[in-house]
Design a protein around this ligand. Structure first.
Ligand code: HAM
Length: 431
């Protein structure tokens, strides 16, 4: 017997029962982004492997062990994108988008990381992200973070916690890196395998370790804020003042370093306690040197990405449902000429821009059977076209959800007006 085909582990099907919630969240979030002047950019899912090694960093979990990398038929090394920022910067340079003026871009779509799947962590997951290029001023950071706060507000999401930190300038980070290396070298015996590897190549990443055995050692490590350069400290203090003025609550987490190498100065994460271990719903920060590093003109920038799986999980945990659909009308008919007439009527009804979902019955059987199916399909109105109706040029309209059985046979020409009247009557009856 042939083996059963299944989706790739960690890559989920989004079935029809869940897509309305996804669409609802996506549409709301897009509206917030557009309101802030962000424009959509759509990019390939596959990029040259080198792009990610040069942006995210050689010594990061993503590049070291999580990328889906393969040789294509030309022998070129390609990678399924693990995140969106690298591609946006690549495209911006390639198409000359960074011309000095502010550029605000958003994107959405699947990202791929070969991580161990668990709740909130998948191998194909979906992000909505935004990147803003062209200004280093902290007002931009504050505005972008306030925009994310607005996103939660728009979706009715309570209780997300904002953590912020500053990684400082490259030089300050270099000096801090040396201090940290010195500290962890002195405690080499206490380090686990991962941290030992990071010790020489990327000691900041040890701060990110989730190993509980290292928690005390990490807590006692030299602290990043003490090593900030003056400009970055002033930048960060100003950001804090602006967030206060905007009424966006935050906590400063001096251990927040983020898992991608391109960041400098502001970094932030929105975290929920309701999602288990994988509670970071949204994360981002500044990457002022990345554009230049990839060959573009110097262009300071900041951005974020939110994980839609985690966001949808959080919405479900909070009992937030998408709004009910417009409604369903169900056309029941007898085979032959009546069915043909029903088909024509369905097309006419759907041609209107405010039309509900209009379903035709194609399974047949008597009207009782067809009406049962209408009920199952969630219809609130059945339109019945039998031999009598066809001969008289009429349709029978039946309200399926009314507390009192309501049915009328009307001329096809009066159909819309009759439905509107019946629905209004039903609503006022319900009140
Ligand atoms: P990131 O922290 O790697 O940052 O990912 C951002 C968000 O994507 C996470 O907070 C999480 O919600 C979601 N996410 C990441 N990995 C997974 C996974 N395996 N399964 C489910 N959700 C996941 C970035 O990607 C940066 N590009 C963000 C950014 C944009 N920074 C500046 N601009």
């Amino acid at each position: 017997m042939a083996s059963k085909l299944q989706a790739v582990r960690g890559m989920n099907d989004l079935l029809p029962a869940t897509t309305p919630a996804w669409r609802h969240a996506e549409q709301r979030l897009q509206a917030v982004l557009e309101r802030h002047g962000y424009q959509e950019i759509r990019l390939p899912l596959v990029e040259p492997t080198e792009l990610f090694a040069r942006t995210i960093g050689e010594v990061t979990d993503i590049v070291e062990k999580e990328m889906y990398t393969f040789l294509d038929r030309n022998g070129d090394s390609l990678t399924l994108r693990p995140e969106g920022t690298a591609g946006v910067v690549r495209a911006g340079i390639e198409h000359g988008l960074f011309q000095g003026q502010l550029l605000r871009l958003w994107y959405q779509g699947p990202m791929f990381r070969h991580e161990r799947p668990q709740r909130g962590r998948y191998r194909q997951f979906h992000q909505i992200g935004a990147e803003c290029f062209g200004s280093a001023e902290p007002e931009l950071d504050a505005g972008l973070i306030a925009m994310t706060a607005q996103c939660w507000h728009e979706l009715g999401l309570p209780s997300l916690r904002l953590e912020i930190n500053s990684l400082g300038s490259r030089q300050a980070r270099g000096a801090y890196r040396d201090r940290l290396q010195e500290y962890f070298r002195g405690n080499r015996a206490a380090l686990d395998e991962d941290s030992l590897r990071r010790l020489e190549s990327n000691p900041l990443r040890i701060l990110d370790s989730k190993n509980p055995d290292l928690a005390a050692l990490i807590a006692a490590a030299p602290s990043l804020p003490e090593h900030l350069d003056d400009d970055s400290r002033a930048h960060f203090e100003r950001l804090c003042v602006l967030l206060d003025q905007l009424g966006v609550a935050y906590t400063i987490n001096p251990r927040l370093v983020r898992g991608l190498d391109y960041y400098g100065r502001t970094v932030f994460e929105w975290v929920s306690d309701a999602l288990g271990a994988k509670g970071t719903v949204c994360a981002g920060g500044r990457y002022d040197t990345l554009v230049e590093q990839l060959g573009g003109r110097p262009t300071p920038a900041i951005g974020f990405a939110l994980g839609l799986e985690r966001l949808l999980d959080l919405m479900a945990v909070n009992g937030l449902e998408p709004p009910a659909p417009l409604g369903v009308w169900y056309l029941a008919s007898t085979p032959g000429a009546c069915r043909a007439q029903a088909l024509v009527l369905a097309q006419q009804l759907r041609a209107q821009s405010n039309a509900p979902t209009v379903l035709m019955d194609h399974a047949g059987g008597n009207f009782g059977k067809q009406l049962q199916r209408a009920d199952k399909a969630g219809a609130e109105i059945a339109l019945i076209l039998g031999e009598d109706e066809l001969a008289a040029g009429t349709v029978t309209v039946r309200l399926l959800r009314a507390t009192q059985a309501t049915q009328e046979t009307v001329s096809i020409n009066d159909l819309q007006a009759t439905i509107a009247r019946l629905i209004t009557a039903q609503e006022s009856f319900a009140v």
